[in-house]
Design a protein around this ligand. Structure first.
Ligand code: F0G
Length: 458
């Protein structure tokens, strides 16, 4: 089979409703043409995010029943710690309720004003947490990543020469840590090669700079290494993941992705002093260090999820389900970021809607059209999310790419449902000249994409 069939059977079902196009027209109008404003019950297939939307396994649900809700020293914490230590080889394991808190605690412990943090591409919460602590977040992904048609197998790689130049220019003392996001979400869910992880780690260490992974999708990244990088085809994905972590001094992780749970995260690191600082802050904002804002049962579900996620039948289905969706769009002339990423397909909205100018939010217009046409929720990653207005000149700087992300929840939708998504998009593409642009009527000063409102330009 070109694409493997589902390596699980369904034990519990959650009914989802189909609505009519007339009903959806009304609902999206009430939501101000912003899919973040939609009630989830009005959605047939929800591809807003792969974060916190996974289906847990029977073993994870069983694990929830052995939750130990002691305030301090819960047995689930020790299991959580053991699993993460075994996977990452890192010494201090600090739970948080999700990834951005891990980022917040890390950066507020290590960043000083004006410090620089290099990354392949910062995810938006990572960037926001660096900037909130008065640091400068610098993205140094390879140039190939900026070309949606380029078939480079590791488009998440950081440009080592640019990293070297940045260290020289900034001075190593101004760089409290360097990061790699695996897989690179903001760059299309593209993987980073082991070679690149190794070279990044060596270059940073040569300059006494600690190296961290943003490990949200480490298992998907490890699967791509097995599939694509020379020398890894006979190594287990588990061992590849361990090798990735072996180069790092620490990591932040949102367990809502490759932890296969609906809530949770952690920081793991070797530096005892920084770990102590983080724990002191954690107690202030999240809770005691053996629960970190989570229930004991949540920690147990994460421990089980982190073991399940490197199952190769699961990963092969997972990666290929996303690929199958990408391939059917490509075969029907819909431009997407190539090759398909690990957790999502990113449609090139400028290629899909060449007649809409950037100021009419083409990716948002396509997102709205997809919901209205088919009840499928995607998310805009383009002008709405990233355009910056120069305060003095009023000139708008647009991001390199104008994308619509179809993020696929883990173990949730069947291949038939993915076919429905593909067919809906193919239909829309045939009628693309009918899709109208949007005009913004309300925007918040920061992270405007969550609450912005629009009207249709007639
Ligand atoms: N880092 C990456 C690479 C992410 O993709 C996310 C979340 C985070 C950090 C933050 O984790 O949500 O648990 O606080 N990404 C989600 C997404 C929201 O839709 O891509 P969080």
């Amino acid at each position: 089979m070109k694409y493997p069939s589902e390596p699980f059977r369904i034990k519990v079902v959650e009914p989802i409703k189909r609505t009519t196009i007339e009903a959806r027209r009304k609902i999206i109008d009430e939501a101000g043409y912003n899919v973040f404003g939609l009630p989830s019950e009005s959605i047939y297939i929800d591809l807003l995010t792969d974060s916190g939307t996974s289906a847990m396994s029977d073993k994870q649900w069983a694990a929830m029943m052995i939750g130990d809700e002691s305030y301090a020293g819960s047995r689930n914490y020790y299991h959580f710690e053991e699993v993460i230590r075994d996977l990452t080889g890192l010494s201090h394991i600090i739970p948080t309720h999700q990834g951005r808190v891990a980022e917040n605690l890390l950066f507020s412990s290590v960043l000083k004003k004006g410090n620089v943090v290099p990354n392949n591409s910062h995810f938006d919460t990572t960037r926001a947490n660096v900037e909130h602590n008065e640091g400068i977040a610098v993205d140094l992904v390879i140039d190939e990543a900026k070309d949606p048609t380029n078939l480079h197998p590791f488009k998440g790689n950081i440009d080592i020469l640019k990293l070297e130049a940045l260290i020289k220019e900034t001075g190593k003392d101004n760089i409290p840590l360097g990061m790699l996001t695996v897989t690179n979400n903001s760059g299309g869910g593209q993987p980073v090669s082991m070679q690149n992880i190794k070279e990044t780690s060596e270059l940073l260490h040569k300059n006494d700079i600690p190296f961290f992974l943003d490990a949200c999708r480490f298992a998907e990244n490890a699967f791509f290494i097995k599939e694509r990088e020379e020398g890894f085809s006979n190594m287990s994905v588990r061992d590849i993941a361990k090798k990735m972590f072996s180069y790092a001094d620490g990591c932040t992780m949102s367990a809502k992705k490759d932890g296969l749970v609906n809530m949770g995260g952690f920081i793991a690191l070797n530096d005892k002093k920084i770990a102590e600082n983080i724990i002191n802050l954690l107690i202030l904002v999240e809770g005691f260090p053996t629960y970190g804002g989570l229930a004991g049962r949540d920690l147990e579900a994460i421990a089980v999820g982190l073991k399940e996620v490197t199952d190769e039948d699961y990963l092969s289905f997972r990666i290929n389900q996303v690929r199958m969706l990408g391939d059917s769009l490509t075969e029907n002339g819909i431009p997407i970021i190539q090759p398909p990423g690990g957790h999502a397909i990113y449609i090139d909205a400028l290629g899909f809607l060449p007649n809409l100018p950037r100021e009419q939010f083409p990716a948002q217009a396509l997102t709205v059209a997809l919901y209205t046409h088919a009840g499928v929720r995607a998310v805009e990653i383009g002008t709405l999310m990233f355009a910056k207005k120069d305060e003095e000149t009023g000139e708008v700087k647009y991001p390199d790419l104008e994308l619509v992300r179809l993020a696929i929840p883990r173990r949730v939708y069947t291949n038939m449902q993915m076919n429905y998504v593909a067919e809906s998009l193919i239909d829309l593409h045939k009628n693309r000249e009918k899709i109208k642009g949007l005009k913004i009527t309300y925007e918040a000063p920061v992270l405007r994409h969550f609450t912005a409102r629009f009207e249709i330009i007639e």
